[in-house]
Design a protein around this ligand. Sequence first.
Ligand SMILES: [Fe+2]
Length: 416
Amino acid sequence: MPHTQEYLTPSIDIRYGAYNGTMLNSGYFWHFLGELYNWREKAGLIPNIRKIDHITTQTDPGKRIAAVKEILLASSYDYAYTFEDGGYITSVLEYKADLPVPRILVREPKHTNGIFHFFNELAPGRVGSLARYIGESYMVSDIDEVYRIQKEAATPFATGEIQGSAEKGFRWIETVPSIYTQNTVRYVQYYQDEKMPCCGEIINESPEDLRAFAQIKEEAAAISEILLPIDHIATRVFRHDREDAILEIVKLTHNYPWGAFIIDEMNSSTNPTRNVYHDPERYSPAKVFTAGNIGAPLHFLTARPSPTETFCLNFGRSLHHIAYDVKDDTASGPDNHNIDRVVEYVREKGIGFPGGLTGTREEGLRQVFTKRSALTGWVTEYVERFEGFHGFFTRKNVAFLTQAAGRDEIVPGATL
Ligand SMILES: [Fe+2]
């Protein structure tokens, strides 16, 4: 096979920072990573992409308000406003209006067809539901230029031409969902302010719902200062898609592969990608890919579980979790963790944690997964890093968390 032999000798490109971890990549991966770096620098893509502006998730019809309440309860985000267009009713949540961190858009569809519905019908764990994570939107400084660059690179767009107008305050385009992740990438340019992430007419929520939103935030005041914005967005992909999914995000965004860690006991690897500006994650969250190490048809030959492949088979290639950062409370002693206070509060409010907390101050970080939400399809992660720890996990933590989440993600009678 001359096609693969050509790339047998990897030349590791670390122009944006060291490559971390234990997972080996193929020569194919390193070859095309270098080619993509060269292409996107020459094309001028990187200076055009500033940060993630918002993420979008979809609920079933009639479940948007309940999903908004759940996210308000589990995070420090506030309700901002709701708008309606031909296809969706969308609520916008902001961490703090004056902080340039990603917003969360929660939308409910007014129709029951379309590609995301089709993806759910293919996933045994989601049949009959329209709830699904849609993707990230990146703020760009010249959308015409980004569109031209990506079109010349054969990136397919679902929106055809650029939508919106400078007079309306913003223009945007959205890719066809990725064949590796089934998520979209959207590019958005603002012209006046950065207040309106999408088109449509502002609508008023009922006074009861507005009161309920306010009450949730009032009750959560004790944790609002220690619960920080989104830290990372974790997607699960099939083993055979791992390298291409990472290369695709390099093609579409300002991220670079930061490393890859094998988690042997859980038969998977975790592959974070981070922004090339080295901005803190809260401004431009990392996009993390988790993939199995052994393909599903071969699992019977091993004695190990494979929760990542199982997740992909049961729920489709998709977002697995959104992680919120928790403020480090170094001053209050070695056994005092802010994350424990967050978990205690959220648990009291009825959100389950299948495995409990893992990690210590000595290890650098402490983490936990919630139970998967039926409203959004997400798991929520909380992560507290101690004294400037820079990583996303310890190997031990990931094994523990993956196992805990896996117990929660088995679909009776579906597969494996
Ligand atoms: Fe995570």
